[in-house]
Ligand binder design. Sequence first.
Ligand SMILES: Nc1ncnc2c1ncn2[C@@H]1O[C@H](COP(=O)(O)OP(=O)(O)OP(=O)(O)O)[C@@H](O)[C@H]1O
Ligand SMILES: [Mg+2]
Length: 275
Amino acid sequence: MTVETEQIVRSAEERSSDTEHDEGPSLIELDHIHKTYVMGDVNVHALRGVSLKVSPGEFVAIMGASGSGKSTMMNLIGCLDRPSKGRYVLDGVDVSSLSKDARADIRNRKVGFVFQGFNLLSRTSALENVELPMLYANVSSEDRHRIAREALHAVGLAGREANHPNQLSGGQQQRVAIARSLVNNPVLILADEPTGNLDSRTAVEVMDIFQRLNQESGITIVLVTHEHDIAEYAKRVVIFKDGKISKDYPVSVRRNAAEELKNLPVLVDDEDDEE
Ligand SMILES: Nc1ncnc2c1ncn2[C@@H]1O[C@H](COP(=O)(O)OP(=O)(O)OP(=O)(O)O)[C@@H](O)[C@H]1O
Ligand SMILES: [Mg+2]
């Protein structure tokens, strides 16, 4: 797929200002979204009329019981799937009616993904894992190396470029995945239970990176979590129940991961190297 370099290098702020809306710019606008999975003769009605607006610069935690539709909604927001009914506008573009290729193009330019299981290629170095999304965006190999190194540096992994995932701790692997999500300069990061497989200190370190990306780079973050204390690092909480939004409220006392890390005992991050 062809993406012009000019589009890649435009900053998150510039691109999010493309949005045209009467009532302030929404980055994400879901309007009465339904999603029904058809499995043989059984229909699973995973989303039952979800409407949600997220403005640029927000940090939203999505919570709710297993099966309530959180990942289904993340897949739609990330243009990995399309709604059965309803309208979805991402950064001013109505993506609900776009073709698969057009959705992939928007996804590659605007969205970074971070998953619970890291989803790294195991036989490939950290640097190459981070370079991967740029292969699809026609970035020169020189630029790929440079941008990937910068992204690894930004998440605190300078010097780990050559390590394979099994030579990194869980937290380091998740940081590689975050670096990978950053290289196409996304306006939006979608993270589905990114701390689900991490111990508590490492989870705070990962939340520190998300808070910095949100505060310092203005990247909008939508993050699914089962843990209330993780949700408190966000600015807003949206709760799903049975395929619908049941609650939507601002976080009143927000946690600050950077501050907390100063007071947490430092574990030796490199312990895993000896394994
Ligand atoms: N690809 C699929 N095909 C069929 N049914 C699906 C598919 N993906 C999800 N579902 C169903 O849709 C409903 C919502 O699933 P979803 O994965 O969105 O839940 P979730 O809130 O992310 O749950 P969890 O917290 O366990 O990750 C569930 O009943 C699930 O079984
Ligand atoms: Mg899920």
